[in-house]
Design a protein around this ligand. Structure first.
Ligand SMILES: [Fe+2]
Length: 386
């Protein structure tokens, strides 16, 4: 997050004596990415943030991943899976490669305290609402939010409201940024960008937990470890910096429309290590009287293309069966496009109400055996005619 934010009580300068009311010093913690050459934050704890009372390995079930061979398109329905537990330990991996995994989760239970040390997480709130608690405070999130959790940020998901919390979760192996062409050289959003700083929401209210012997689930490149810490990590009286969890709602993305078809880069929202996230939101169709109102047939040999259909009507091929909660995978180089009758039919429609999240990956995706259990076996038939 390249925008400075501060909250709570702070000393006059970094690395200085900053004392609590009883005269003891606060515990200053500097946390930053890329060996302190990247975004970072300085925070002030009431208690030492490094007092470990125990550590034990945790074995979570590993997903079984299968290569997409023979190379085929897929339609899966993640909501048909059986979910147990919470949105951290109960998430089910759908697809992945060496750069990222995509999981889905439906839960009502609060997650454990969780700290992913491998890479940032990008979580899309498909339905429900939650408090995301962290040392930076409380981030309230709702349906349609993208939530970016920087690596190393201890946090906890606490579902709110009556319905379950449904999440599409991208675990990365690096850091998530915005498309460079949306920003000035110094990082401010340009007026031509589809969203800007006004739409990015950070934590609001600081927390002050006094619990002792607090368990935190760490994810590292080697696996999972449960640390028992002497004191609670959410005891921060103030912080400042550019690394903290934040949210962007998909419906704050202002779509670009044109007289003729515009290709997917106009939907770019986030960039990660070897993947791009794009937002499709309700918008007018192409308006020139000679314009096609469907995408052309297309193939991109460099990217696997996934699309999660959140809500609305979907411009897809007849018989595809895409509905809210569907997820498609069109592998790199697979040519796909509209049927002849759809080319004509679309000419009488001037807008779409669809909301969907597209994730293009620059390495081939494998599918999990769980995802294959809820795939539509008839999807290939959609492509067995012109
Ligand atoms: Fe496509």
């Amino acid at each position: 997050m390249p925008f400075f934010k501060s909250m709570g009580q702070l000393p006059r300068r970094q690395f200085s004596q900053f004392r609590q009311p009883d005269g003891a010093m606060y515990f200053e913690e500097l946390t930053g990415h890329v060996g302190f050459f990247g975004d970072g934050t300085t925070m002030y704890h009431r208690n030492s943030p490094c007092a470990i009372k125990g550590a034990e390995e945790v074995k979570l079930a590993e997903p079984k991943m299968v290569s997409n061979q023979p190379l085929l398109p897929h339609h899966i329905r993640p909501k048909a899976l059986s979910f147990v537990g919470d949105c951290v330990t109960g998430r089910i991996v759908l697809m992945g490669n060496d750069d990222l995994t995509m999981s889905y989760s439906i839960s009502t239970n609060p997650s454990p305290l969780y700290r992913n040390m491998v890479g940032d997480e990008l979580v899309f709130v498909d339905s429900g609402s939650a408090r995301v608690e962290s040392p930076f405070g409380v981030l309230l999130v709702r349906r349609g939010d993208y939530v970016v959790l920087p690596s190393g940020c201890t946090h906890r998901w606490v579902p709110q409201g009556d319905g379950p919390l449904s999440l599409l979760i991208v675990e990365t192996t690096g850091h998530i940024t915005f498309p460079e062409h949306y920003q000035t050289a110094r990082g401010q959003f340009l007026s031509t960008a589809p969203f800007n700083e006004l739409h990015l929401r950070g934590p609001e209210e600081l927390l002050n937990f006094d619990e002792r012997d607090v368990d935190i689930l760490y994810k590292s490149r080697g696996g999972f470890t449960k640390y028992t810490m002497d004191t609670h990590p959410f005891d921060v009286v103030g912080w400042y910096g550019c690394m903290y969890p934040y949210a962007l709602n998909i419906w704050d993305f202002s779509p670009v429309t044109g007289s003729f078809h515009r290709t997917p880069p106009i939907h770019q929202t986030f960039i990660g290590p070897k993947f791009i996230v794009m937002s499709f939101v309700p918008r007018k169709f192409e308006f020139d009287k000679e314009a096609m109102r469907t995408p052309p047939h297309h193939s991109n040999p460099d990217c696997d293309e996934t699309l999660y259909y959140m809500s609305g009507n979907f411009r897809s091929r007849d018989g595809a069966g895409f509905d809210e909660g569907s997820m498609s995978l069109h592998p790199g180089g697979f040519t796909h496009g509209p049927q002849p009758e759809n080319l004509e039919r679309a000419l009488s429609i001037d807008a779409t109400q669809e909301t969907a999240v597209m994730i293009d990956t620059f390495s081939p995706l494998k599918l999990s055996t769980e995802a294959l259990k809820v795939q539509d076996p008839s999807y290939l038939k959609v492509w067995q005619r012109s």
